[in-house]
Ligand binder design. Structure first.
Ligand code: ADP
Length: 384
């Protein structure tokens, strides 16, 4: 199927920043796109050929949207999978495959998948409701602290808590959940793998994430990760095994906990372009968005090597500000060599809302990391 300057259409579920950046690559190749998003001011709105406003979780909306596209992909996992299954049965090519999305949408199913496929992951226990969990604690069969994860509600850490007391247990959401042992990791790593329909796979170098101490959100992503060659080799091996086990077509971001050079656990995966791959836009030979397109359109995969070291800084709304956004001092960071800001186009800022990111490239990773911190200090995401 040839999508280059034809009427063939790529459908994208979700019109946020990941979709917007995917559209940079579809525009580069003159590929026709159609995007579905609930917000009339979605970041994708300006760059897509056809924009449809609608609920991504509604069966009929997703089905109607997907009926006339040739290939359908996602930029967010929370979409109606039943509609995707029906579309797939009716001949629409859907990548990632709906059954993979179904597993990933539910953290309990995802954890069982790792168990069934001998993929190392933190030990866990599933609970139908919070009451069942409380009962276990009351009986003395479970002691604090532990990690609680909502089965279906989470994103960016919102459905995850470390529970240390009865009071914290009382504050959790009521539904289906799991608990995990607290993993004492040295670093959080990520490997982005990309797989073509016939199984050919490539991977980007291992990256490490540094977290904001209060918001528990990723603040910096460094490529390459500052880990031993052995740890990097093991991380890549697990990531490839995971992508192979899922049979994923397109990108799969594999988030990992590094415990030691020999012991690495899979935390979770995302079957789409990922925040930990934004550095590829400037630091790699092939950016993750183009790579995803190559895979889902069954085209040769691009080289994943880095041209230079890179650090990505997430730009989130400053604490204490809500309202129309103001990127204060952005002119100052543009005066620094190798600093490339990306603004997602969300008009309103809120504390810790992802508003953009900045890539810092430099031949020396340590220098890039230092500049990244400077960028974070200078550029303020506040309200007007
Ligand atoms: P989300 O899907 O919302 O991103 P994650 O499962 O990735 O949630 O968890 C968010 C963060 O919580 C992780 O990046 C990690 O810092 C921490 N975390 C998750 N599971 C564990 C665990 N078992 N032990 C220690 N920390 C954990």
């Amino acid at each position: 199927m040839n999508f280059f300057s034809t009427t063939k259409t790529l459908g994208i579920l979700g019109g946020g920043q990941l979709g917007k950046m995917l559209l940079y690559s579809t525009r580069k190749w003159d590929i026709k796109t159609k995007v579905l998003d609930p917000s009339e001011s979605a970041p994708c709105r300006l760059a897509t050929d056809i924009f449809v406003q609608g609920d991504l979780t509604d069966f009929q909306t997703v089905y109607d949207f997907g009926k006339d596209v040739d290939v359908l992909t996602i930029e967010i996992e929370k979409v109606n999978v039943n509609a995707l299954e029906k579309l797939q049965q009716e001949g629409v090519t859907v990548y990632p495959q709906p059954q993979i999305l179904k597993t990933i949408q539910n953290k309990c199913l995802q954890k069982k998948f790792y168990q069934d496929n001998n993929i190392p992951s933190a030990s866990f226990e599933e609970f139908d409701s919070i009451n069942a969990l409380k009962e276990k604690v009351l009986k003395g069969d479970l002691s604090y602290p532990f990690v609680w994860k909502s089965a279906e509600m989470g994103y960016d850490g919102y459905g995850v808590s470390i529970v240390r007391s009865n009071k914290e247990l009382e504050e959790l959401n009521p539904g289906h959940c799991l608990i995990e042992e607290i993993v004492k990791f040295k670093k959080e790593l990520s490997v982005i793998v990309c797989r073509r329909p016939q199984g050919e796979m490539v991977n980007y170098p291992v990256v490490e994430s540094e977290f904001h101490p209060i918001a528990n959100q990723v603040e910096y992503v460094l490529c390459p990760a500052r880990i031993s060659t052995k740890a990097a080799k093991n991380a890549v091996e697990i990531a490839l095994k995971t992508a192979e086990a899922y049979g994923q077509i397109g990108l799969l971001a594999v988030e990992l906990f590094l415990i030691s050079d020999e012991e690495i656990l899979v935390n979770e995966v995302a079957p789409r372009p990922h925040n930990s791959g934004h550095f590829t836009m400037e630091a790699s030979y092939t950016c993750q968005f183009e790579q995803h397109l190559r895979a889902i359109l069954d085209l040769p995969l691009g080289k994943t090597d880095s041209k230079t070291a890179g650090v990505m800084v997430n730009l989130v709304g400053a604490d204490g500000y809500a309202g129309p956004v103001n990127y204060k001092n952005i002119d100052q960071i543009l005066a620094i060599d190798g600093v490339i800001p990306h603004i997602y186009g969300k008009k309103e800022t809120r504390p810790f809302r992802k508003m953009g990111h900045v890539t810092v490239i430099n031949p020396e990773l340590s220098i890039a990391r230092r500049i990244a911190e400077k960028v974070k200090d200078i550029l303020l995401v506040i309200a007007k």
